[in-house]
Design a protein around this ligand. Structure first.
Ligand SMILES: [Ca+2]
Ligand SMILES: [Ca+2]
Ligand SMILES: [Ca+2]
Ligand SMILES: [Ca+2]
Length: 480
């Protein structure tokens, strides 16, 4: 059963890192310590929970299934700390501190003994969520600092469990909560809410709040694209736009093509593509396995996939109605839904049937620029879920950057990789179930400049080189 579960995760190509915006900026923050009513009682605040009783101001938060409690099994200093309650899947345990403190810096020590992903601690200050930056590995105490712009009334810590997996102690601890009324030099003033959008960019738009990490997901101007998608794609999140539908067939050429991808450790993986004899059918092979694709009138679907396991065996996935890989048309902010039955065959011959739901979204549009050229690229997000044999959903998500006429330029997530070379022998535009108009000559002319005549290596064109240079610049800005 464990094996089935892990294999399902692989089928959903789990990748967890979200794209961050291509901005870098400096910022100056001013604290607002003015108070409209009453007086602010400022005394330096420090709580280490070592008194043995729940300190004044702490109470159980809303929607909490079990309260946080003083705990002696873990502490950063002294003998006690505050531990989240014992909760089940899909439950939360939260504790709120009602207080009356000026703007400044909140710091605390934090320990998580949980599964490596997906079960999270949320921090809300005056009701708004902050992404706090983790400073170390998850099984050690970490020191967290966040900037608070306005007088603080309420700080809430919430531990939230996702639908699956029990791991380690399934709990989080906090200790040494401290407020100061100054800006800590080590806190992140460029992005106090940790949402990836710099402070001075957030200040420019009514749609954004530099002290709310959830605002990127909202659609302030109701034009169908989230605030974050718009910022990253160069649109205003304050003003409704009309977005052009993109033809993804032009961003995902298929046929006798090979692509080389380089991982961060320098390893290069080659994907070898070929047209199959059936119209609109394609096969891509790599050291990790293979996939069989079908291009239909409305999109490109995965029909079958084999994923090599580390022990040399292979798990086979057959998607009966086809798993949507890319819809033919999509515009910024649009989500395209699809689902299929899946039969999974483990290397031992054991089979498992389930259903997979998938949502493909166009998250961002970029023009990659280099000194010699520019190229259209699209950030595509895929979220999927499948029912495991224990009746729980397994979720997966992945992100890829597509380049016009090229295909996947970069995979993001757990094992990011970038395209470093591409060889085109023959492009095949055939569509399953449609009359043969496989005009490969015409197709090749569409990519003039990229093809290098098959065989090993070969000369990549100036246009293609420019695109890869643009990719490098984009990567650098992403990590800035
Ligand atoms: Ca921000
Ligand atoms: Ca924000
Ligand atoms: Ca919008
Ligand atoms: Ca807009």
């Amino acid at each position: 059963m464990k094996r089935t579960f892990t294999s399902l995760m692989a089928a959903l190509s789990l990748a967890l890192v979200l794209p961050v915006p291509a901005f870098s900026a400096g910022a100056t923050i001013e604290l607002d310590n003015t108070v409209d009513t009453g007086e602010v009682r400022y005394e330096s605040y420090f709580e280490d929970f070592d008194s043995g009783v729940m300190p004044e101001g702490f109470h159980e938060g809303a929607d909490s299934a079990r309260p946080w409690k003083l705990d002696s099994t873990q502490s950063k200093s002294g003998s006690l700390s505050l531990r989240s309650g014992v909760i089940d899947h899909n439950q939360t345990s939260s504790v709120a501190l009602d207080t009356d403190l000026p703007a400044g810096t909140l710091s605390f020590d934090y320990l998580e003994l949980t599964e490596s992903c997906c079960d999270v601690m949320e921090l809300r200050i005056n009701g708004k969520r902050y992404n706090f930056r983790k400073t170390g590995v998850s099984n050690q105490w970490q020191h967290i600092e966040v900037l608070i712009p306005n007088p603080t009334r309420r700080v809430e810590f919430t531990y939230r469990k996702d639908p699956v997996t029990i791991a380690r102690e399934d709990a989080v601890w906090i200790d040494n909560i401290e407020f100061t009324d100054t800006i800590s030099p080590t806190a992140d003033a460029n992005d106090p809410d940790g949402d990836g959008i710099p402070y001075d960019v957030e200040q420019q738009y009514a749609a954004l709040d530099p002290y709310d990490a959830d605002d990127g997901f909202e659609d302030y101007d109701n034009d169908g694209a989230s605030n974050l998608s718009e910022i990253n794609s160069g649109y205003s999140p304050d003003v409704a736009n009309i977005f052009v539908r993109k033809n993804l067939f032009a961003f995902y050429p298929l046929g006798d093509i090979s692509w080389d991808y380089r991982f961060s450790n320098g390893y290069i993986a080659t994907v070898e593509g070929q047209s199959l004899s059936a119209h609109g059918r394609f096969r891509n092979d790599s050291s990790g396995g293979y996939e069989i694709l079908e291009r239909r009138g409305d999109g490109i679907y995965i029909m079958e996939r084999g994923i090599n396991d580390t022990d040399g065996s292979q798990t086979k996935y057959v998607y009966h109605q086809g798993l949507l890989k890319l819809p033919r048309h999509i515009r910024l902010g649009e989500d395209v839904y699809s689902s299929t039955d899946l039969t999974m065959t483990l290397s031992g011959g054991e089979t498992f049937d389930t259903r997979v739901d998938v949502i493909v979204s166009l998250l961002e549009e970029y023009q990659l620029l280099s000194s010699s050229s520019s190229a259209d690229t699209l950030m595509i997000g895929t979220s999927s879920r499948a029912l495991s044999n224990s009746g729980d959903y397994v979720y997966g998500s992945s992100y890829q950057l597509l380049g016009l006429d090229v295909g996947t330029l970069a995979f993001l997530g757990d094992a990011p990789s970038d395209l470093v070379d591409m060889r085109v022998a023959r492009i095949d535009n055939s569509i399953a179930g449609q009359a043969s108009t496989s005009t490969s000559d015409k197709a090749v002319s569409r990519t003039t400049g990229i093809q290098s005549g098959g065989g090993g290596g070969g000369s990549t064109s100036l246009l293609f080189t420019g695109l890869l240079t643009g990719l490098l610049i984009w990567r650098r800005r992403m990590s800035a």
